[in-house]
Design a protein around this ligand. Structure first.
Ligand SMILES: Nc1ncnc2c1ncn2[C@@H]1O[C@H](COP(=O)(O)OP(=O)(O)OP(=O)(O)O)[C@@H](O)[C@H]1O
Ligand SMILES: O=P(O)(O)OC[C@H]1O[C@H](OP(=O)(O)OP(=O)(O)O)[C@H](O)[C@@H]1O
Length: 302
């Protein structure tokens, strides 16, 4: 592939490894963005659209998009703020995966119990901008003089080892399940930020002719995300229970109600959030619903 073949193509940045990589590949597949990545090359052409995918570290994607070198990207909300690119990129869609929290953590058995106890001491992190802003505010509130301010030190990875190694009194790192934190003998004492993966575009796009394609890809990605988030709930219920049934499964706009041969009964079909389906089925049973069936969505447009 030569660079001329990128001319006129929308550049779409995808995390090349790490926590977001696999999910991004399944979104591309769901959005019918077809490509073959030869020899793990970091730039590859999409076969069925004028798009080139650019595989980059998640933390580099905000500046590539923010500076307009790349038109669209998927990355974490956390790294956008860490790269101070929030004024240069627009978060078009929240993607519902890559959910985690940036938290202040200290040794479980130590004497430090609050962020005020930690202020003025050593904090190790890969998020030096966000951790710096967070502790600057605390240092100011506690009126710590210049030489007594919290010392923030950057490390590129394995942040959780810093306390055990004697490098830090506390750390600021991402937490999802908490397994990494607990395995390192740490516990969280504050949350700096909640994060999830987002689809971003440049706030000042260089190629305005690409806007329709950006909108098309955005709609497709939104469809894939909604299909992962919702299921179809279908059941039969006595007509007299229709108001109660409609309030339990209101659908996105309204439930589909179809008559049954038995005129006293109707069939209802409604989109329901996947995560809420168990209690919803319990409620449907309690109002006399029968033949409740749940169907996964392959894809959708909402
Ligand atoms: N444990 C987690 N659970 C969910 N999302 C996470 C988790 N860790 C990181 N993320 C999200 O994924 C983004 C990329 O983090 P990750 O650690 O995978 O990046 P990386 O450093 O590029 O990859 P690697 O860790 O393989 O070097 C983070 O900025 C955050 O938004
Ligand atoms: O709360 P948990 O579910 O344990 O997840 C948190 C861990 O996940 C991330 O690291 P990752 O495993 O992606 O590897 P990294 O340290 O190489 O970035 C993050 O930096 C934490 O270490």
């Amino acid at each position: 592939m030569n660079l001329e073949s990128l001319d006129g193509r929308l550049l779409f940045a995808i995390p090349k490894k790490g926590r977001l990589h696999e999910k991004c590949l399944s979104i591309l597949a769901g959005a019918d963005i077809q490509f073959r990545r030869h020899n793990r090359l970091d730039v590859c052409l999409v076969q069925n659209h004028p798009i080139a995918l650019v595989f980059l570290p998640a933390s580099d994607i905000p500046s590539f998009v923010g500076k307009g070198n790349v038109d669209l990207g998927i990355t974490g909300h956390d790294v956008i703020l860490e790269a101070t690119m929030q004024d240069h990129v627009t978060e078009v869609l929240r993607l519902g995966f890559g959910k985690c929290a940036l938290q202040v953590q200290v040794p479980e058995s130590g004497s430090i119990k609050t962020v005020d106890d930690l202020a003025g001491k050593r904090v190790v992190t890969s998020f030096e901008v966000l951790a710096g802003e967070y502790f600057d505010a605390i240092d100011s509130r506690l009126q710590l003089p210049g030489d007594k301010k919290t010392r923030i030190e950057y490390v590129g990875g394995s942040v959780e080892a810093a306390c055990a190694l004697g490098l830090a009194d506390g750390i600021v790192d991402l937490v999802e399940s908490g397994d990494t934190m607990r395995a390192a003998g740490l516990h969280a004492i504050a949350t700096v930020l909640d994060s999830e993966a987002v689809l971003i575009k440049s706030s000042v796009p260089k190629h305005t002719n690409l806007t329709p394609l950006i909108e098309l890809i955005t709609r497709r990605v939104a469809g894939v995300i909604a299909a992962n988030k919702y299921v179809i709930c279908q059941y039969n219920i006595s007509r007299t229970q229709l108001p109660a049934a409609t309030s339990i499964t209101p659908g996105r706009r309204a439930p589909t109600v179809s008559p049954l041969e038995d005129g006293d009964w109707v069939a209802i079909s409604s989109m329901v959030e996947k995560g809420k389906i168990a209690p919803i089925m319990d409620k449907l049973v309690s109002i006399g619903a029968e033949d409740i069936m749940i169907f996964n969505l392959d894809n959708c447009r909402v």
